[in-house]
Write a protein that binds this ligand. Structure first.
Ligand SMILES: [Zn+2]
Ligand SMILES: [Zn+2]
Length: 422
């Protein structure tokens, strides 16, 4: 099937292309990018007034399969993802059982065959994510693991983290660290500060994150291993990474979209959907993250899409699990950063060029002869994020009923239209 996209405005930071272009897609690939293409085909998309981006890449999400298929499956998660413009997503291994061996990695690929977008698995760093025994990296890489992480848990044993950084070097895959000292964090449910005191909730100090970011940086320096810091949240952590990256080119880091948009104020009404790990921080931290995106300290924006059932989220703020869903709102929310000093090109780069570099995949660009992963976005479209329209199986989002500007209208993955706004 051919698809001809006409009259759109292309922004492709990795391919260094920007301007009005027509794009012809044929047999799953980008056949031609040109100022004007005239070809008779049944599928012509008039993208006048719309923006065209390479398909977005999310290197941090949770799909809950196997184990909690009531909350999300690889299929339902991918449906949610393409409606938000993502064409490649990397799922974390904290499933039940966890993705800590070749069989479970192959399982994700098998299930991913029917998905709406490409699903790439991240293998666990340690067996059962227990932080003790190193998982078999070689066999997982052979089956297609793109990185390693015990996300949700921090590797508390520094020797285990050291060995993980050493052994993964053999495969050139990054170790993605959920850097949060579990002893300092102990039972905390939100950012520690005047607000947590006022609310009578146990806080998580920023130092819980900063101490572990510092440790991980030192261990990357020691081993030469590829370290990727997940969901950075504090201004001092940004400072640490900025300093570290000057000397160590093997360190990268990410910010989750919710930490860029919300502060701890979002939990002030005890909203369990605003309870995330690491927690939402202060305005000063949020501003530091945006500065970190701007100056290149932060390589990419992720969703940390974390579906949870309503029953679980309704157990009260303290008992509710951490996490919120994110695929369907991430790109639209990121448009809010345009008012805070980031350009559209910079934002798109953090969803395409940045994550492709971190994970080392040849994606995030619209290129002739290559896979056609394309998003068509209406920057002026105003909409309200409604609970009944959520594609994910879970509905845990603090952004429900938010008015958003800018929306994905079409998503094309591997040359197929996988999402079209109704
Ligand atoms: Zn995490
Ligand atoms: Zn996560």
């Amino acid at each position: 099937m051919d698809i001809l996209i006409k009259n759109g405005y292309l922004i492709d930071p990795k391919g260094k292309k920007e301007g009005r272009f027509d794009i012809l897609v044929s047999k799953g690939k980008v056949e031609k990018i040109s100022k004007k293409i005239n070809k008779k085909t049944k599928n012509i998309i008039d993208a006048k007034g719309k923006l065209i981006f390479p398909g977005l890449i999310d290197i941090h999400c949770h799909l809950r399969e196997p184990g909690r298929e009531d909350e999300e499956t690889i299929l339902s998660g991918s449906k949610s993802a393409v409606s938000g413009g993502f064409t490649t997503i990397c799922c974390m291994p904290n499933t039940n059982p966890p993705l800590d061996n070749k069989v479970s990695i192959r399982f994700v690929y098998d299930r991913g065959r029917e998905a709406f977008c490409e699903v790439l698995p991240i293998g666990a760093i340690t067996v059962k994510r227990e932080g003790k025994l190193l998982a078999p990296y070689g066999e997982m890489v052979k089956e297609g693991a793109v990185a390693f992480s015990d996300d949700g848990n921090c590797i508390m044993d520094s020797l285990v983290m050291r060995r993980a950084l050493e052994y993964t070097k053999l495969y050139g895959k990054p170790v993605i660290s959920h850097s949060e000292d579990e002893n300092l964090k102990k039972n905390g449910v939100m950012n520690e500060g005047p607000l947590s005191t006022k609310m009578g909730l146990r806080g998580i100090p920023k130092e819980a994150e900063e101490i572990m970011v510092a440790r991980d940086v030192f261990l990357s320096n020691l081993t030469g291993g590829r370290l990727h810091i997940a969901h950075i949240t504090t201004s001092n952590a940004v400072k640490l990474v900025k300093e570290a990256k000057r000397r160590n080119k093997k360190i990268t880091c990410e910010a989750a979209i919710h930490h860029l948009i919300l502060t701890e104020e979002a939990v002030s009404g005890y909203n369990p959907n605003a309870k995330v790990s690491p927690p939402l921080r202060t305005e000063k931290d949020r501003k530091a993250l945006i500065a970190g995106l701007k100056d290149g300290t932060i390589d990419c924006i992720v969703t940390d899409h974390a579906p949870h059932s309503e029953e679980e989220k309704e157990m009260g703020f303290e008992m509710a699990p951490f996490g919120m869903i994110g695929f369907e709102t991430a790109l639209s929310l990121s448009m809010k950063l345009l008012d805070e000093g980031l350009s559209l090109k910079e934002i798109i780069s953090k969803f395409t060029e940045g994550p492709s570099r971190v994970i080392g995949i040849d994606r995030g660009e619209i290129k002739e002869g290559e896979r056609a992963d394309i998003v068509i976005f209406d920057p002026d479209y105003e909409w309200v994020y409604k609970k009944e329209e959520i594609k994910s199986k879970s509905k845990n989002s603090p952004f429900i009923n938010w008015k958003l500007k800018g929306k994905v209208i079409w998503t094309i993955c591997s040359g197929k239209i996988v999402y079209q706004m109704k």
